[in-house]
Design a binder for this molecule. Sequence first.
Ligand code: PHE
Length: 378
Amino acid sequence: MRARFLWIPMLIVALVALPACGGGDGGTLKIAILAPLSGDVATFGESTRDGAMMAIDEWNADGGVLGKQIETVVEDSQCNAEAAVSAANKVIDQDGVKFIIGEVCSSASIPVSEVAMAKGVLQMSPTSTNPSVTVDEFGKTKGLIFRACFIDPFQGTVAAKFALDNLGVKTAAVLLDQGNDYVRGLAEYFRDAFEAGGGQVVVWETYTGEDQDFSAILTKVKDAAPDILYLPDYYSTVNLIAAQAREKGVTAVMMGGDGWDSPDLDTSVVEGGYHTNHYSADDPRPEVQDFVSKYQEKYGAVPDALATLAYDATNILLLAMEEAGSTDPAAVAKALEDMSFDVVSGNITYDELHNPIKSAVILHIQDGKAVYMDTIAP
Ligand code: PHE
């Protein structure tokens, strides 16, 4: 008699649980996107979100991943360590996410990687280029952390070699935000490669993320009259420094890194300059041109490197899940390590530090546009 009554609560539990795992269709899988959607580098976040969402929409239209529809949780992590850590904790603890796409900025991705490792969550940064994102202070690879981009020792070397060999320059001034992992790292890698190749760094000056007035350090640049002025910061800061440099009469050719990639880069003040990047929309490869037209149709804009790498990062992650046949982060990490991916920004195979070996492109700011110049293989 008693056993018959037990059926009733069990039936209720089963009926409540069924819709939560999506009935017969395999349920849903939550993925978080952490990106700066407000503040100084908001275009980075918008492009990242749009690129990742485009990939997810395509997978969902195609039946999802492992039969599950993908649900996204998007958080504004502001390209900043504190905001990114609380966003990571929120999506993991409250939303129950086991996979994070993001952050964009290395200074945010590095602390997020620590949260992800401690909580057994897989992180895939589309665009954070500092080595410390995937490797800890003892040189050990963080098992659940991956990226879809090359790293800054390569990016800095490409810029230095291009300046020395293609532009034939001999001297450089380097200005850097010492408190920003990406900026400081890229400045140092550039300097090391520039000097190793016979160039001379004649000005090396630091500023902080709060500075607005760069006249004191720009006076030093003006007096040293270097051939190039290397500005390895994000577009918003580059806009400020470059405008003040021009006002002061600095005539050096300006150069920078992927941080220049934004529709809001003030091309009037960096006209004639060069920057390294992950990809160019002018690349004639059919994978690139197909993606550019699909993206343009959906969003009405040409995808920048952030959109493209977020699209690639999302596809890589989902392909690895399919291959692993599992949504267990450790199993997906193992699949990522073993696979090779042909995506829009090139081929991605992971080395033992979870870094893809990929080419960089050089873009030239000409008549207000970033024009494709060259592709440099590792
Ligand atoms: N590489 C930058 C970082 O690590 C982020 C970035 C990538 C910015 C691509 C613009 C374009 O902080």
